[in-house]
Design a protein around this ligand. Structure first.
Ligand code: MG
Length: 457
């Protein structure tokens, strides 16, 4: 067995990014090999931007990755920035590719690599090729530099100038932002201030140990934010994830807002400005999304879960906005990126122009009983086969099925979705219906079918 065969590339390459525990499966050698593999995959003289989040292993991995990349590419390091700023930089500086060293919202011992290119994402099959090249990289090649290496310091300021021109705040709002010791602390509070908002912050200092809570905005981590919003009578609160592509909102009463309802607040704003616009959403969102977007005269387009799919769909369809239930929000104004900072500023703009409070906006949206992502354990090597069998069983029974991602059983007044996780050995089941009784029936039916197959039926 050669040295490279001992490295576990298979466990860290995911559907659309690379993630692992630093020093275990994601080592400096692995990062160097991935860098060199990208250089080979991209071909000669490509311009690549590199950035990282605040994780403690980030600098070591950056150095290693760059040592591989410069064997064939010209590399520009834009420093520590949120992920959407790297995507902005690719487009703004007209580069070919951007590579972000981040593990998003994962615990501090994790790190990873997200890849972007201008106008199109890297897909699973690209990543598979890169993985195969990485396994065979000639380590002698590393250190024999061919490309140019430089750094670029101005991207945060350029992004701020770019964004400020797109947001109009009509009255002074009070906003609380929990940046979770991630990269958004370097950018978001300054933009709110520049736009005339009163901004209160939590966990603003970048700190890769994430001392306050995991950099994942959700009900369990946002307690301090909810309290601070209520106590200070703020107009709203926002919690960002560690690398700034997810924004979870809290209304003035301290309620955490589900991502698909926030999506509708943005969609309504887009459709008021641009009649008949296309809005991309994913299949785990509430059926309220399709209904409400149509009601507002827009064109709803359903897509798979995940940023590569949503971003590509937006480009293909010329959509103006996209969103996911997980609170990724994509704006064509930001080159189609899922930009949590831009989302939070746009939220401030919408509220500043409205007489309604955020809780009132949310109350006026359609809502249905739902169950979200109940996990059923299933080994990684079986989960996709189980889903295929379920799809065939449903189709053979004459049921209406959407199978762009997992299997979604559609009924007149509800749906149930079974999706294999891309990151864990589980199948996730979500459901929604117009009545509690229908919801229970759909969920129990899917659960029974799934359990039957998991037992080898
Ligand atoms: Mg993220």
């Amino acid at each position: 067995m050669t040295a490279s065969e001992k490295l576990n590339f298979d466990s860290i390459f995911r559907a659309y990014d690379i993630r692992g525990v630093f020093g275990e499966d994601l080592t400096e050698e692995v990062a160097a090999r991935i860098g060199a593999a990208f250089a080979t995959f991209l071909g000669e003289d490509k311009e690549v931007l590199v950035a990282r989040d605040v994780r403690l292993s980030g600098e070591k991995l950056r150095k290693a990755l760059v040592s591989g990349l410069v064997t064939g590419c010209n590399v520009t390091d834009v420093g520590i920035v949120p992920t959407p700023l790297l995507y902005f930089a690719i487009n703004h500086l007209q580069k070919d590719v951007g590579i972000m060293i981040t593990a998003s919202h994962n615990p501090p011992e994790w790190n990873g690599i997200k890849t972007f290119r201008r106008k199109r994402c890297f897909y699973g099959k690209d990543m598979e090729k890169i993985k195969q090249i990485a396994k065979k990289v000639d380590l002698e090649r590393l250190g024999k530099k061919k490309g140019r290496l430089s750094s670029y310091k101005g991207i945060i300021q350029e992004y701020m100038n770019f964004v400020v021109d797109k947001i109009e705040i009509e009255r002074r709002l009070k906003v609380v932002a929990d940046t979770a010791n991630g990269t958004c602390g370097l950018v978001a509070p300054f933009l709110f201030k520049q736009l005339g908002c009163k901004i209160l912050t939590l966990n603003q200092n970048p700190d890769g140990t994430f001392p306050a809570h995991l950099p994942e905005p959700k009900e369990e981590t946002l307690g301090e934010l909810k309290n601070k919003v209520v106590k200070n009578k703020a107009d709203f609160g926002v919690g960002y994830d560690g690398d700034g592509d997810r924004a979870v909102f809290v209304d003035e009463k301290g309620n955490v807002i589900p991502g698909d309802l926030t999506l509708l607040v943005f969609a309504k704003d887009v459709l008021q400005k641009s009649k008949g616009a296309k809005i991309v959403y994913e299949l785990s969102c509430s059926m309220a999304v399709e209904e409400y977007v149509k009601e507002l005269g827009g064109i709803p387009i359903v897509e798979r879960v995940g940023h590569t799919f949503i971003m590509d769909k937006m480009i293909e369809e010329n959509a103006l906005f996209g969103g996911e239930k997980s609170s990724h929000f994509y704006f064509s104004e930001c080159y189609g990126a899922d930009d949590a900072i831009f989302a939070s500023l746009r939220m401030a703009e919408i509220l500043s122009k409205s007489d309604e409070k955020l809780s009132e906006m949310i109350d006026s949206l359609p809502k249905y009983p739902s169950i979200y992502e109940k996990n059923f354990e299933c080994p990684d090597n079986l989960k996709f086969a189980v889903i295929e069998k379920l799809r065939d069983r449903f189709k053979d029974s004459g049921l209406e099925v959407l199978d762009i991602d997992g299997v979604k059983l559609l009924d007149k007044d509800g749906w149930v979705l079974l999706r294999p996780s891309n990151t864990e050995p589980v199948i996730r089941v979500s459901a929604e219906a117009k009545t509690e009784e229908k919801l229970k029936n759909l969920y129990e039916f899917a659960k029974k079918e799934l359990k039957h197959l998991l037992k080898g039926g």
